[in-house]
Design a protein around this ligand. Sequence first.
Ligand SMILES: [Fe+2]
Length: 395
Amino acid sequence: MNDNGMLNLLVFSDLHMENSGSSQDTRLLTEDDEFSKSILEKISELDVNLDYVVCSGDISNKSSPVGFDVGWKFVKDVADYSRVARENLIVVPGNHDHDSRLNNSHCPKYNLQFSVDDFPFPNKVDNTHFWAWNWAHKEYEEFNLISVNSSAFHGYGDEWKHGRVPNRTADQIRDYMKSEAVRKKKFNLLVTHHHPFRMDYVDQEEDYEAIDGGEYLIEAVQNSRKGPWLIVHGHKHFPDIKYGPSRGASRPVVFSAGSLSAKLYPKIKDRTTNQFYVLSVDLDATAKNGGVTGEFRTYEWTMTSGWRLSEGNSLPERGGFGSALKSMEIIEEVAKIFENSSKRIAKDSEIKHLNSYLKHLMPEDLEVLVAEFKDEGYIADISGNEFKEIGVSNG
Ligand SMILES: [Fe+2]
């Protein structure tokens, strides 16, 4: 944790490493090719102290054993370049890491268990629990981690088409989290590969890949009553951030990491990019809001510019999560600036303090805020979760 109470997580997913000379599927060909080096170089230059590295699976492509071995080594290189210790590297396998269609072996997880002895956890006890029960818990200083293998049933029938977490597994996790064996922390982190809810909007068609039992799982972990949840997943190669369903005010934050290096398929290639993220959890604000609260930064790769802060909307360069504020509460503060005054544009000094209202708003909430400003007769120029200018609209 940094001095300012921020916990910084480097998040990436879906590498699809092949260890080949060329690939239709991925830009990440070998551990030391040009693209790999560009990722490590960018990460080592980040102006942030990273506390954890989170990788939500599909390290390998199409269950390539050598792709996994080389990809796993690369993931550990990412942690090294992030100056994050192995214990703080959090990783789960994806469907491409399993031999889902039994091409190379008789068991989908055979290579994952036998090729390396430090995956996904650094020690055998945690790994034995993970492979036996398809989930494992680890206590960190600031949070409890639940790692879930959403591809655990691949290899049977057409299971490869989607993720699965049986209700009994979710009940088991809930009961364990509820028990005295688990000490309450500032928040909880659940990492899994598949998405827990359908994402029909990605391909504009029915999405059958989501975790079967995903909604039950998210409800079950919330029922453990051990504080708020942040859920990180991959698989769709399409980034997103939203709140998951909750019966109460403490909504889980669901972060869909885009792909670090897969070549994006036609339906999404013009709508997003290859990306990685820095998620900064504000521990004080999280305690105050009762939901995981913080900010994110998106780094993207483009053919012309290499790695840079995102210039698109999916996802934007900066954004927030966890704010409990309503648009009208912010607009009422802005109205005070123009009260009993004929001025039409607010001074920089008058709007600076308002930025604290914006920093934990999700991108969607910012869009709604801009629209509501307009409805109320104001013009708000917002970028990077900050007000640039606020004025009164004509007429
Ligand atoms: Fe996947």
